[in-house]
Write a protein that binds this ligand. Sequence first.
Ligand code: AHG
Ligand code: MN
Ligand code: MN
Length: 358
Amino acid sequence: MAELITIERHILEQQRKFPGASGELTQLLSDVTFAAKLVRREVIRAGLVDILGSAGAQNVQGEEVKKLDQFANEKFIQAIGHHGRFAVMASEENEDIIIPPTEKSGKYVLLFDPLDGSSNIDANVSVGTIFSIYKRKSALGTTATVQDCLQKGVDQVAAGYVIYGSSVMMVYTTGQGVHGFTLDPTIGEFLLSHPNITIPKRGKIYSINEGYYRYFFDGIKKYIKYLQQEDKETNRPYSARYIGSLVADFHRNLLYGGIFIYPRTKKAPEGKLRLLYEANPLAFVCEQAGGRATDGYKRILDIVPEKLHQRTPLFIGSEEDVKIAEEFEQGLREVEHDRELIPSMLAEVSRAESTLLR
Ligand code: AHG
Ligand code: MN
Ligand code: MN
């Protein structure tokens, strides 16, 4: 039988490789895991308790908030805010930064999306929690500010997500690869199930909300056309998969290979996803797994955030797929003519001509 390694032990062992490491990361990540267990407890009972449905409020993004979003948000703030490890927190669900009661001793910053994919809750489709951890920039003993939250993704010390799916998984990185743990609900522990996850260099899946096709710019339209063409060498056509829960779409592509795109559109020129709570943590995980994450032009982790709820277009997944998508986005690549379509197009033209001549 394989050795059972809990998430706490795994983080501790990783830290041991660094002489002088204080063990703080282990505690930070245990805090996150604990909050995730509380959220999971509610998520799996969502159909049983009277917690489903819209709370009738809107979050700071102007989107409808489900009750479970608020629950998850509160649990995270409650479970994590009192341990004295975080100087400041920011959540997708709160307009402003959250200063925990024990802020002054806290050395770290936590940014999180408490419940990602909330539009899927009522249908029992996977949702998730995404988190991102930084060291504070302001001096210890002072009150942290929003500037502590506006750090580049490249400065994250840890990031990851929890996916509440057919099983519950926690995937994290501290910059030493990506590791996945599955919750054994009978003992309440996350056990190492996916050590050293790497994403294939090229996949066969594309995930984009094609319903917005008419709002896409030409580059993305051409890229979709390219993916739908037949070509044995490059394994096309690709399969389309879109759950509508970023964590679930990303997690699947991380394991199988492929690309997820939430592009800038004519309706949403900055894209929809949030840089600090969604793009940065997943970009860190993706790069650590050997993948690539950009906004179509530049690396996500190098973007200097200007505001808390900043949005960004996101191209994330297998390295080669993301590179090709960028070439289309930047207008550097055109779709080749679909040779198979040419005879049928010519036949169409001659039919039209003969109708006109009649
Ligand atoms: P959240 O539930 O945290 O607001 O995030 C929803 C996000 C993300 O999970 C998903 O990828 C995306 O919204 C889907 O958006 P569209 O419905 O516009 O495709
Ligand atoms: Mn989200
Ligand atoms: Mn959310």
